[in-house]
Write a protein that binds this ligand. Structure first.
Ligand code: NAP
Length: 290
């Protein structure tokens, strides 16, 4: 990588960001595409968010990613929102064009891309989402937008799953949506076609935990766990043991990053091929470093 006076700067802002894979992914992509660009991550305090954005504009930063905890706060500083970011109510990608800030959200699109490459359609399906945090919000609204038949959201804090379902009902009244507690013992899980874990249960270091018992589902359920650390959670391992289709979170993570690059560079990239190369590189590295 050669840095000179024409090198364009792209950034990540969030707190914490020290474990982020984003710099590795974007700098690999810029290098591969022979773009004179570099990607840097910055740990930002909330009180400094506005100054940071103004600084980015002043020094002609071309775009940046936004991660926890600023995906919603950032909207206050933007001039325009994409359809997906408006739908989800959060932004993870910003493009700066002649001083104008446009917000995008590639989290849901990254998730959809992983289903598309496996020829899995959400249309008419009964979907169960576990969790009601930031990721659950992105995925549930994305899934609703794909025309599912029903959507059930279970969360430890039931008031949060209720609030999320109210949002879905407002926007998609045609979908049978319902909410409940993650500890729900009596709900019939056999009706679900797809289970998506959006809680952090099973995430490193608590790798022996599972958000739900897999044997309560039909054998043909598709099990998706968006956790990528570890790369195979206990939920994914249990689903595979039962012969179920099981998808982990790494592909989604890489796709959402590469979709940001397409937005910034303003052109289509071979993101399938690049995702597979990046996945192999990440798998070869020490999993604990993700
Ligand atoms: P978040 O906003 O903090 O939400 C965390 C969710 O997990 C909430 O629903 C929370 O329930 C639940 N939870 C946490 N600990 C729990 C416990 N001990 N028992 C029961 N429920 C618990 O986090 P997030 O951003 O949505 O991320 C959630 C997970 O998805 C993380 O593991 C993250 O790494 C992963 N993720 C992956 C990708 C990807 O690209 N693959 C993208 C984003 C996130 P309460 O509401 O009750 O607190």
């Amino acid at each position: 990588m050669k840095i000179n006076s024409l090198t364009r700067l792209y950034c990540l802002i969030g707190n914490p960001i020290s474990k982020s894979l984003s710099p590795s992914i974007h700098n690999y992509l810029f290098d591969k595409e022979k773009e004179n660009a570099v990607y840097m991550a910055f740990n930002i305090e909330k009180k400094d968010l506005e100054n940071t954005i103004n600084g980015f504009k002043a020094i002609n930063v071309k775009g940046f990613n936004v991660t926890i905890p600023y995906k919603i706060d950032i909207i206050n500083f933007l001039d325009q929102l994409s359809y997906e970011s408006e739908l989800i109510g959060a932004v993870n990608t910003v493009k700066i064009d002649n001083g104008k800030l446009v917000g995008y959200n590639t989290d849901g699109l990254g998730f959809l891309k992983t289903l598309e490459e496996r020829n899995i359609s959400l249309k008419g399906k009964n979907v169960l989402i576990l969790g009601a945090g930031g990721a659950a919000q992105s995925i549930s609204l994305t899934v609703a937008n794909e025309g599912v038949k029903s959507l059930t959201i279970l969360n430890r804090t039931v008031s949060k799953s209720k609030k999320l379902v109210e949002k879905i009902k407002n926007r998609f009244p045609e979908i049978e949506s319902s909410y409940g507690s993650l500890n729900e013992k009596y709900i019939d899980l056999k009706k679900f076609d797809i289970l998506i874990n959006c809680t952090s249960i099973g995430m490193y270091p608590e790798v022996d935990k599972m958000p739900i018992e897999i044997n309560r589902f039909n054998k043909n359920v598709i099990v998706y766990d968006i956790i990528y650390k570890p790369l195979e959670t206990k939920l994914i391992k249990s689903a595979k043991k039962e012969g179920m289709i099981a998808i982990g979170g790494l592909d989604m993570l890489i796709y959402q990053a590469l979709l940001s690059d397409e937005i910034w560079l303003g052109r289509k990239l071979d993101i399938e091929k690049t995702k597979n190369i990046l996945k192999r590189r990440i798998l070869l590295e020490n999993v604990e470093d993700i």
